[in-house]
Structures are given as structure tokens and as C-alpha cells.
Design a protein around this ligand. Sequence first.
Ligand code: GUN
Length: 368
Amino acid sequence: MGGAMAFTWRLTKRRMAPALFSRCHATLIVGGSKTEKEAATTTSILGPDLPDIWSPLPTSLPRPMPMPPVNHAAPPTIIDGKSIAEEIRSEISADVLHLKSSYGKVPGLAVILVGQRRDSQSYVRYKIKACNQVGIRSLLAQLPDSCSEDEVVDSVTRFNQDPSVHGILVQLPLPQHMDEERILGAISLQKDVDGFHPLNVGNLALRGRQPLFIPCAAKACLQLLLRHQIDLMGKHAVVIGRSKVVGLPTSLLLQRHHATVSIVHAFTHRPEEITREADIVISAAGVANLVRGSWLKRGSVVIDVGTNPIEDPDSEHGYRLTGDVHFDEAVKVASAITPVPGGVGPVTIAMLLSNTLDAAKEAFRSSV
Ligand code: GUN
């Protein structure tokens, strides 16, 4: 390997936790491959489709748990992403172990990292560490900033053809000279565990269609809400930001759960007025402390996807991560809120593991 392309390939070690031998959920369905639609139903948080009627509560749909009335005197719930991620990882570990012990199969994730961005390097490190924790095999292809777009596409193609790789992730952002859409579009649909392929995004947007994979941060936001039994049907959700990675897929997924969704972005007039009307605020703007306490309705639920580095001479590396939401102000107004760090981030990585496991199970089904 290597030469002009200066690849670094690394096969990361897999570790299994012995305590997890007791839990096994996975069943490998033998015979016949499943359709795209059936495969997507393994993604438990994918909501039902909107019916073609305007009845607010179609009887055929399961009714979600009602949101309890907000007790303004009660302290807000701090939504603990770390412990939710731990729970999800232990479920995934059990499934991975079952696949290995019963069928001799191991899920594999390939990560492609282009360039030297320190934030991207640390995100990739977290992802690989999480793979190791649950027994997913990981491969890392590192390419220099100076490599060509074709070299990245070649790397994707090699992973597409490798049967031991079930999920492929190209860490974003890519260097500016590269056509991100071309590179993401080269990832095999069946291995698109980020859910950024245009067909997966399109299927997420279209009523009656099912994407194979949903972007991990969007799934994480929904997991945090659903695991806290926060009712979405008919609720006004404001999503701040419209990126491919978070804002857009989150707004689409919320609609699939029958929320009424407003999207606030850099050109929105009076964003604070719109946000103040929300029952649920999901912020993915990438601007530290953008959402002040005065932007929030009393009793709203706040999910903060922002991870913005701000200078802090007292912290180990001279900076710390802060969210889009001014936590100290918001916590006085919200009924529930995610912290940064320790909120959406760990659950997003757990969703990547979950998507990779789904991809592997589907590949194993198709191969028998
Ligand atoms: N960069 C920041 N978040 C993400 C993500 O979820 N996936 C990828 N591929 N790159 C990212």
C-alpha cells in the first residue's frame, strides 16, 4: 500500500466484553434477501409515514406516549447522552457477539480521513474507539490534504468491493478542492452508514419511501427525544441549521414523526421569535451560545447539537467545547436540555455503530 497516494491503512483491534455474553438479540434471517423497505424497518426509530389525509390522529398509527404537563417548579431534566449511548452500545455489543458466536460473522466499518484537521482527527478517533468497544472491526484510510479527488473515490471504490467492509464513512468536511457530492455519491448505497447518499436523503424526504440509512446525528436527536418519552406528534419543532449532516435530515425525520417543523437558518428574519414558539428546539448552527434563554418558550425541550471550540486557558488543551445554546440561561427556562459535551455527541457515534450493524446484518442475509 501507499506509494504516491501516501495511504495509511490501519486495522484496529477488536475487543469483546465478556459480561456481554449473556445478552443476544440478533437473529440472522437465512434465505432470500430482504427488500429495501423491509431492511429499513430494522431501524427502530424510523417513524411511520404520514398518511395522505389531514386527520391529526389517524387511528391506524400507534399513539405516542403523551408529553406530561410541564411542571414549571420542577428542575429541568438534563438529558444524559453518555448513559443513553452506553445503553445502546451494550445492545449493539450483544448483537455483534451473537453474530460472531453463532455465524462467525464480524461487522466492519471503513473510515476515510482526508487531511490533518484536528477536530476531524479526534472525531475519527472516537468512532474507531467506539467500534472497538462493541466488537466492530474498523479500517482507517488516511490521505493527505494534497491528494486528488480521484484518489479518494478510488479508496471508496476499494471499500465498496471489500466484502469484509459493511459500512463506509468519509469524514467531513473534505478539503475545499474536492467535490463532496461526487465522493459521497460513490459510496455503495448498501454501505452508506452516514446516510448522505442522495438516494438515502431522497428516500428520507419522500412519503412512502424508506431510506436504508438515516444520518447519525438526526437519529441521535430522535433517540434522545423518544427515550425521554417526548411526544412529537403535532408539536412545533424548530431546527436551527439546514446542513446535510444535521439540520436537513433532522427536520425530515421530525416530520416523519408528525412534528410541525420550522427551519431557522442564517437568512431567517427574527430567528429568536420563531424559536420562542417552539415546543422542541434542535440547534445545529455551529455558533457558540447563539440560543439565549430569551429565545426559548418556558417548558420547551432543547437538544443542542453544536460542538464549538472556544478558548479556555484553564482547560487542558487551551480550549473547550461549547454548544449552540447558552446552557446556563436555557436551563432556567427549558423542561429538558442536553448538555455539551455529553449530550448528542456520544449518541451520534452509537448511531453510527447501529447503522454499521444494520448494514452488516443485511449483507449477511443477502449472502446466504
Ligand atoms: N463531520 C461531522 N459530523 C460528521 C458525520 O456525522 N459524518 C461524517 N462523515 N462527517 C462528519
